[in-house]
Design a protein around this ligand. Sequence first.
Ligand code: C2E
Ligand code: MG
Ligand code: MG
Ligand code: MG
Length: 277
Amino acid sequence: KIAKKSGVNYLFHTQSMTATTADRLALELRLREAFDKDEFTLYYQPKVNIASGKMVGAEALIRWNDPHIGLIQPDTFIPILEEIGLINEVGRWVIKQAIKDYLSWREAGLNAVRIAVNVSSLQLRNRNFADDIEQAIASDPRVAAGLEIEVTESVIMGDVEQSVEILQAIRDLGIPITIDDFGTGFSSLSYLSRLPLDILKIDGAFVREMHTEKGGKMVSTIILVAHALKLKVVAECVETEEQLLQLRKLDCDQMQGYLFSKPVPADVFEKQFLSLS
Ligand code: C2E
Ligand code: MG
Ligand code: MG
Ligand code: MG
């Protein structure tokens, strides 16, 4: 299994520029194999209403559980899945799995919350994407209450018109749309009004700087703009009580972050955060 070993090398060398073409090729093969062997898994992180302190949703975050190296974080492999064209298949699996988990919690009589799924801008170029969700809802109407879509500002990198159309179709099905990592991309304000959105998620980089004078002003301004556009606001990467207090003062709607919980496996999420409804 030389290829397998080499693929692992690539993972550790991507940042240092020493990866060879062979390493890279091996990793692509490994990723395809990982998909076939069901090595991807979903973790869940609660989203909490700041005013009530109650969990109001959760975000599904993909992990690759490699039998040799263990858990691998998505930032290392999602860009490669996008490059090799495997993101559509994996993305479809993510949605299927999130729906499956959500419905199993409902079946068990638990107070299942809406699950937000991250979607690559490449998936939004594909009309089948909306059809998949439509079909899922057709087969079980409860799905409409269980799903939310998170997209990043990179949707603007492609065909915006088409992305808008697909997002609108999904939104029409009753699925809320969140703009993720807000503030880190380009020309954010121009398409805040163009995209069909329900929720704005402030990027963790802003939350981290919130204690400074400028940083605080940035966050309060983003919240004001979002509320003016009738969007709910979520702050991500909330790690301290101070940040939470400040966000509450600024009228931020929801928070997510290590302060409340790290992302956890589905069974842990169920045990820790879901109770009989
Ligand atoms: P994201 O959607 O912005 O997710 C937030 C990231 O912040 C997650 O990293 C989460 O684990 C991390 N995080 C949450 N709370 C805190 C905190 O308090 N402090 C710090 N330092 N970090 C926190 P993760 O899980 O490694 O995911 C990274 C990115 O990978 C995600 O960013 C998302 O863009 C992408 N991703 C994850 N799952 C999927 C997926 O199923 N499909 C696609 N296309 N992308 C995904
Ligand atoms: Mg996200
Ligand atoms: Mg984010
Ligand atoms: Mg991110």
